[in-house]
Design a protein. Sequence first.
Length: 473
Amino acid sequence: MRTLSLLLLCVGCATSSSKFTRPDELEQIARDTVAPVPARKIAHLTSWALEHPLPERIEHVALTGTDTPVTQLALTAAAGRFRLTRDLTCIADERARIALAYDGAEPGLVLSAFIEARCGSPSHHVRVWNLFGETRETETDDALITRWAESLTTGLAAIPAGATAGIALRRGGKKAHLAVAFSVDPARFEPISIYAEDGVVRVRGSMLNPTERVWGEINQGEDDSAPCVANPAVQLPDFELACPVRPGSPHDWVGIWSRAPGRFLGDTVLTAMVFSHRAPSPTFVNPTLGQQRDGSPQAFLEALNAQRSKMGRAPMTLSSPQTDVAKSLVPPYVAAQVRGDPLRADRIALGLIAGWRVEGAVTDGWFTSSEVPADAAPELLAALLELPGGRSQLLARGSHVLALGQLDNGGVTDSLVCTYSLLDEPQPSVERQRALFEQLNAERKRRGRARRSGCSCPARRPRRWRRRCAPAR
């Protein structure tokens, strides 16, 4: 899931030709032919119990007990190029369990996040490579690995240098499934406790690539969230965030994002599960808060507004024209993600947050992408409310309009989700104008640009008012 929250003022849209993607460019992107995305088989599980001993700290720990045939082969292939860790081995083993039990399927988005978090992994961009086939109950693991050695060695050779990895073999009857999980981390984290200390979970680390900004957010209870507070004394590439944990919740998700210089989309650096109590469950339970009657945008809106009503928030409306735009951009956006083309993904996201076809004056735009199994499309909102990043914007008081583009794609429903805030004063007051310019200047400062003076024009002014305004202070 990628998340973007970016200030958007209509004056910026009207005067900037190089930032927000114009409608004609979006139309061309939507028309471009994209290669089909390979089909995926997703296991739709309502619950899943992990079998591994689960750690109390989030960290990479070197794997011990490496005397099995499969780990010996992996260590030989690694030759110091990558290292085997306990957390990635836990992930690989759970993925192999699911694949063996569900005919090669992979877990859905939320279950994948649960497995990675409860295995204690600081890695977010975990990739999994699978090898499976028939075996005999009398065939030993040594014999099986020897038979698969050529394919396995080829797969292990593709793991990038500097990666952390895990490997696991699961057998059942006449079937065997082997999974290799690996990740190249964008950041190095100090060990993170999954338990709150003095009411917060502290996340400390260093970015390994050029980074413009690091920020975080933590879910609190069923429907709330809070930003993590950065330590201003710690400067990039190092960072330190304190994420406030609210007592009483079964668990809370923490999300940490970073943005590279010149980028608009933020990349997830860490997704972690933390606890206000000392009895965390090893069992995943599919979230039900926000369940929809079906997978349509209208059903998503109804379920969202039901949750907003419980919180005393005004209902949102669905922009059909902007939803059509979002739907047309799902294939190229997914293709850009699969190909690793961040600039094209940025152009699509920037065009969507501009809200060119939203009915009304847009003052703020937000965008995220997500996926759910095609047969579990009514669970999209529940997934967005469960994981960090989506909840704060979907339930925000200032969110007025929704656009939701969806497309079934090889067993998965891919979605582009956008929310918009509208100018709620047809003739904004002087105070409102000044507040908007302060937002604009804060964004300009973040990007290293000079402060601009704005005009504060009274909403009601004399008929012969001279065509000038006092500078905003």
